[in-house]
Design a protein around this ligand. Structure first.
Ligand SMILES: NC(=O)C1=CN([C@@H]2O[C@H](COP(=O)(O)OP(=O)(O)OC[C@H]3O[C@@H](n4cnc5c(N)ncnc54)[C@H](O)[C@@H]3O)[C@@H](O)[C@H]2O)[C@@H](O)CC1
Ligand SMILES: [K+]
Length: 457
């Protein structure tokens, strides 16, 4: 606790070197104890510090009670929670850490609500109100500018609602012995954005880099299939064919002549293309009408890996099927349909939802949304990259094409899912340098090419 409070105070000084007045709101558990340590150090450094304790304060004999005694021994005063927090340069949130498992209640809920109304907030370990395991906010929650987590990364802080609340996230390992940490198996892995694809053989030909078949594009949705196809090409696939509705087949590759196009009336017309493919990406703009359903059935007969997105996921939800060689890429709404749950239930525990999807449908599950999860068997990988500019039309079609493009080049389905998510998010972050608002899915394409070649930090 002493190390935690000390490390947090160091962050506070670094981020707000001019701060003179602090307001520290402490819960009655150990998170509150961290806040009391920080308060004492800040007072000793000459800052004006007000400490507000929630409820009855720490349990007698606890470490937090000792921190309170130290604060009081240093002439620190403890004030009850006022109806409005006093003016301060920085507010320190020490109400809840990892101890919160349900919506905040009582005096603690009031404290969280007060902190949710002020800025800037430095959160200790976890922004109060956020569930550190799931990333959900079951009730009111603090919005921090900065969160300093202690000892280990809490997986929940990297996904779902939590991403709105943590601000910049730092880890302080508090010098715990590495052997102690190594003895625990992580419950999730955080993946950086680096994607190392093997260099191309100098004598390789286009067939060596894989044949992708994209299936989709009902009338009115040609663009979805086109974007998936282009993304597969930009990720390095050797040959990409788009099988689409005959009404727009002739114009689908206008300006992107490298794409091959096949207008298909029905599932039967797909057979040859399915047999020739190394990987099939199905779903972008597919629709769930008769045409889309027939094509979906034809794709299910394929022996090569599938990347399943959008309406193909809705068709899968209507008649579930299990397979190992595929990647499912649902957003929370589609995941809800696949599991027979409302979207909110998926978002309330994205880790559990991804687990259920993987158990029910097999293969690799990509649960999209802020902090995308990739679940393969018992393993979960989290993508820390990406930005809200990517919440726009066509982004999912691009991801589908990226994953298919990686499978085409020989990556295993699981690794293609993990690497594809990171490549896509990294491209989105590069493209967002020109602004998140107005970011178009196709703005990612030039970045995909650069990042797939290890260029473009
Ligand atoms: N375990 C360790 O080794 C360390 C823990 N540290 C701190 O200790 C924290 C965990 O401490 P605790 O386990 O005491 O938990 P917390 O301090 O996060 O919260 C527990 C307190 O909140 C109350 N509470 C929980 N849910 C509530 C709800 N929904 N409504 C109202 N009250 C609720 C509990 O009754 C208890 O008083 C960490 O997050 C971290 O900040 C640090 O001091 C570093 C070392
Ligand atoms: K906190």
């Amino acid at each position: 606790m002493a190390r935690a409070g000390t490390a947090a105070f160091r962050h506070l000084r670094r981020r707000w070197p001019q701060a003179q007045r602090l307001c520290v709101v402490c819960g009655s558990g150990n998170n509150g104890g961290d806040g009391l340590v920080l308060a004492r150090l800040a007072k000793a450094a000459g800052l004006a510090v007000s400490v507000h304790l929630v409820g009855h304060g720490p349990r007698a004999g606890s470490e937090a009670a000792a921190a309170l005694a130290d604060w009081q021994a240093a002439d620190g005063r403890v004030e009850p929670l006022p109806s409005r927090l006093p003016a301060a340069d920085v507010y320190v949130d020490a109400v809840f850490g990892i101890g919160l498992k349900r919506a905040p209640e009582g005096a603690a809920a009031e404290a969280v609500a007060r902190l949710a109304d002020v800025a800037p907030v430095l959160a200790l370990d976890v922004p109060s109100g956020v569930d550190a395991d799931t990333g959900a906010c079951p009730g009111v929650a603090v919005r921090a500018v900065e969160t300093v987590s202690f000892i280990v990364r809490k997986r929940g802080l990297y996904t779902g609602r939590a991403r709105d609340h943590v601000g910049e996230l730092y880890l302080e390992d508090l010098d715990l012995p590495a052997a102690l940490l190594a003895s625990e198996k992580p419950s999730a892995w955080l993946r950086g954005e680096a994607v190392a694809l093997p260099p191309r053989r100098p004598d390789s030909h286009k067939g060596d880099h894989g044949r992708v078949l994209v299936i989709g594009g009902a009338p009115g949705f040609a663009g979805a299939a086109r974007m998936a196809g282009e993304a597969a090409l930009r990720t390095g696939a050797g040959l990409v064919t788009v099988a689409t509705h005959p009404t727009h087949a002739a114009m689908l590759n206008v300006g992107r002549w490298e794409l091959m196009v096949r207008g298909v009336e029905s599932g039967g017309a797909l057979r040859e293309a399915v047999a020739a493919a190394d990987v099939i990406a199905i779903g972008p703009g597919l629709s769930t009408q008769a045409w889309g359903r027939e094509l979906w059935q034809a794709a299910l007969a394929a022996t090569c890996p599938l990347v399943v997105d959008a309406d193909a996921l809705n068709l899968l939800a209507a008649s579930p099927y299990r397979r190992d060689a595929w990647v499912l890429t649902p957003h929370p709404g589609e995941a809800g349909r696949l599991l027979g749950l409302p979207t909110q239930a998926v978002q309330a525990d994205r880790f559990a939802a991804a687990g259920r999807l993987a158990d029910r449908y097999g293969g690799a599950t990509v649960l999209k949304g802020a902090g995308t999860l990739v679940r393969v068997g018992d393993d979960v990988e989290l993508c820390g990259a990406g930005n809200p500019g990517m919440a726009s039309a066509g982004m999912g079609d691009i991801l589908t094409g990226v994953i298919a493009g990686l499978i085409a080049q020989g990556l295993a389905v699981e690794e293609a899912a993990r690497a594809g998510v990171c490549l896509h998010a990294a491209a989105g972050d590069r493209a967002a340098r020109d602004g998140e608002r107005g970011l178009l899915a196709t703005d990612l394409l030039p970045w995909l090419r650069r990042l797939a070649n290890g260029i473009g930090a």
